[in-house]
Design a protein. Structure first.
Length: 204
């Protein structure tokens, strides 16, 4: 049966986190399609990983944690990552996971062990960074993760679900943007279900 690796990194709990709500929607549909499958789950906010050190880097996959993280990535048929935008990029807890799981000669290098694994990234953000908006080109999540997975892990199938304007409901001065936020949230839920269903069908 197929395996889903799910990684959440939002500092906010379910119900208060747009990225967690969308990854939960994806997982719910995935499990509906594969009720006997395996889900490997990491909550990097509840159980943050240590930042990598020189000794750990040198140890490679002889370090128990790095070996475990690499094994989880290798087992996955699909990887689901919540990467909310914090200060224009990914949370530091997610960056710690990336640094730990990048094991030279195993997950990265000439023959990356998880090459070809589909990745779905949910990148929520409080504002909008679409082309033509005032903050166009301020997005350092999508370009970073796209380049990282393709350039190091041999993973070129990276799809993004982007719930945006998530902070407008908390700002009275931006009340006119709430319909746009609600439309973005609804679209993100629909995308999560559709992508989960499409990817699950590959392993039926």
């Amino acid at each position: 049966m197929p395996t889903l690796l799910q990684i959440d990194s939002s500092i906010w709990p379910s119900g208060a986190s747009a990225s967690r709500d969308v990854t939960a929607m994806f997982r719910e549909e995935w499990e509906a399609q594969h009720p006997h499958g395996t889900v490997i789950y990491r909550d990097l906010a509840a159980e943050p990983l240590l930042h990598i050190t020189g000794d750990v880097f040198t140890a490679g996959d002889e370090d128990p944690l790095r070996d475990t993280l690499a094994s989880e990535l290798e087992q996955a048929d699909v990887v689901l990552i919540a990467a909310p935008m914090y200060n224009l990029t990914v949370p530091s807890t997610l960056k710690a996971w990336i640094d730990q799981v990048m094991v030279w000669g195993r997950t990265i290098g000439e023959q990356p062990s998880a090459a070809g694994t589909p990745v779905v990234v949910v990148s929520s953000r409080g504002s909008s960074y679409r082309p033509g908006t005032p903050r166009d080109n301020w997005d350092f999540v999508v370009p970073y993760l796209t380049t990282l997975f393709a350039g190091y892990f041999g993973i070129t199938e990276v799809e993004f679900i982007i719930p945006e304007l998530t902070s407008v409901s908390k700002q009275a001065s931006k009340a006119e943007l709430i319909p746009l936020y609600e439309a973005s949230r609804a679209r993100a839920y629909e995308d999560a279900v559709a992508k989960a269903k499409a990817l699950a069908a590959r392993f039926s």
